[in-house]
Design a protein around this ligand. Structure first.
Ligand SMILES: [Zn+2]
Length: 119
């Protein structure tokens, strides 16, 4: 059965990741964790399928989750937690913005300003 119309499948649960607003991969891209050139090679996941990042998003629209064990944000250094929360919450808002655009931006303009490549 041909499934070429599908988007990328989540590496964790196997379901389709339908929008970048719900994409862990793009969250990592807009926050500078992965480069544009690595996007195709990196696994796609739903935001909530990767609690390590999702636990830092502070929004009423995102369910509260915690990573397991040592990576639970409640176990981590508070400076680090604060820094990650600010960054990933901003990144999450950026994804919602991008998902709502009528005309897509070039990929190079997706990331938060400080992570855009110059030139
Ligand atoms: Zn998933």
């Amino acid at each position: 059965m041909a499934r070429c119309e599908q988007g990328y499948l989540c590496d964790v649960c196997g379901d389709e990741v339908e929008s970048i607003s719900n994409s862990d991969l793009y969250l990592r891209f807009v926050t500078g964790e992965i480069a544009a050139g690595d996007l195709l090679a990196a696994p796609e996941r739903h935001l909530l399928c990767n609690p390590f990042n999702a636990q830092f998003i502070e929004s009423e629209q995102v369910p509260k989750v915690y990573a397991e064990g040592d990576f639970d944000r409640r176990q981590l250094d508070s400076d680090y937690v604060q820094q990650q929360s600010q960054l990933l919450t901003r990144g999450w808002h950026r994804l919602q913005e991008l998902a709502a655009l009528e005309a897509p931006l070039p990929l190079a303009e997706y990331p938060l300003p400080e992570f855009r490549k110059q030139g």
